[in-house]
Design a protein around this ligand. Structure first.
Ligand code: C5P
Length: 235
C-alpha cells in the first residue's frame, strides 16, 4: 500500500512550467502537491496528467471543490478519476446525495482518489452566512457538514486548524482532516488570519497539512520544505 504524504504543497500557479519546476524542486521529499482551480483552468486535465507522468512518485491533491447537482458532479468526477490523483474534493453543502453519487463515481475508477469535502469556506463568517439565508453559526455548520460528509462515506474534510478539535471529537479518529492555514515558526502569515504551526496542527489531530507560500515563496523552496519536515519530526 502506498503511504501518502502528510504534507501537500499548494502549487497556486497558472502554468505547467511553474508547476513542474516546483514539483521538481520537491522531488524525493515526502511532500505531495495540491493543484487548484487556477492551474486547472490554465492547463486542464492534460496539465495534471503531465505532472503525474513526469513525477509518478509525487502524490497529487486536485483541489477543484465540485458543487453541482449529483449527476453533474458524479460525471465530472468520473472524468477526474481517470487521472489517478490521490485526493480530490467537493463542497459538502451540495448535500448527501451529491456526495454519495460522487463517491460511487470515484470508487468505480481503476485507482480511486480519496474524496474530501469542504465544509464552510474559511473566507465566510457568521455575517456572510446570514446574508445567504443561513442562520446557523459557522462552527455549528462546519460540524453539521463534517458529520454529513462522514455519513456519506467520504474520507474526511478540508478544515481550518482551529476546527480540528471539534471535528475530531464529532467524527472520531478515523477521519481525514486536511488542514491549510499552516505557518512554520517565523514565517509570514500572508493573508491567512488564524494560523498554526505544522507540529501543533498535527498534535491537535490534523492528518495532513496544506502549506503553500512558506515553501513556494521561500528563497530555497526545497530547504524550506526540509526544515518543515524536520520541525515535525524533531520539534
Ligand atoms: O500559501 P498558503 O499556505 O496560505 O496556501 C494555502 C492553500 O490552501 C491555498 O491553495 C488556499 O487556497 C488553500 N485553502 C486555504 N484555506 C481554506 C481552504 C483552502 O488557505 N480554508
Amino acid at each position: 500500500m502506498t503511504i501518502l504524504p502528510k504534507i501537500y504543497c499548494a502549487c497556486d500557479v497558472a502554468s505547467l512550467d511553474q508547476a513542474l519546476t516546483l514539483t521538481n524542486k520537491l522531488k524525493g521529499l515526502p511532500i505531495g502537491i495540491k493543484l487548484g482551480l487556477e492551474f486547472f483552468m490554465a492547463e486542464g486535465l492534460k496539465g495534471v496528467g503531465a505532472i503525474r507522468d513526469k513525477h509518478p512518485d509525487t502524490s497529487i491533491f486536485l483541489d477543484l471543490k465540485f458543487h453541482d447537482i449529483p449527476n453533474t458532479v458524479a460525471s465530472a468526477l468520473r472524468v477526474v478519476s481517470d487521472l489517478g490523483v490521490d485526493y480530490t474534493n467537493l463542497h459538502a453543502s451540495g448535500g448527501l446525495e451529491m456526495m454519495q453519487r460522487a463517491l460511487d463515481a470515484v470508487n468505480a475508477a481503476h485507482k480511486p482518489a480519496k474524496l474530501l469535502a469542504v465544509t464552510v469556506l474559511t473566507a465566510l463568517n457568521d455575517q456572510s452566512l446570514n446574508a445567504v439565508g443561513q442562520q446557523t453559526p459557522v462552527q455549528d455548520q462546519v460540524l453539521r457538514l463534517a458529520k454529513l460528509t462522514q455519513q456519506a462515506g467520504l474520507e474526511g474534510v478540508v478544515c481550518s486548524a482551529h476546527e480540528i478539535n471539534a471535528i475530531r471529537s464529532a467524527c472520531g479518529a478515523d477521519f481525514t482532516l486536511m488542514t491549510p492555514g499552516i505557518r512554520p515558526v517565523g514565517s509570514a502569515n500572508d493573508d491567512q488570519k488564524r494560523v498554526m504551526t505544522p507540529r501543533d496542527a498535527l498534535s491537535a489531530g490534523a492528518t495532513h497539512l496544506v502549506i503553500g507560500r512558506p515553501i513556494t515563496q521561500a528563497d530555497h523552496p526545497r530547504k524550506a520544505a526540509e526544515d518543515i519536515l524536520e520541525s515535525i519530526t524533531h520539534g
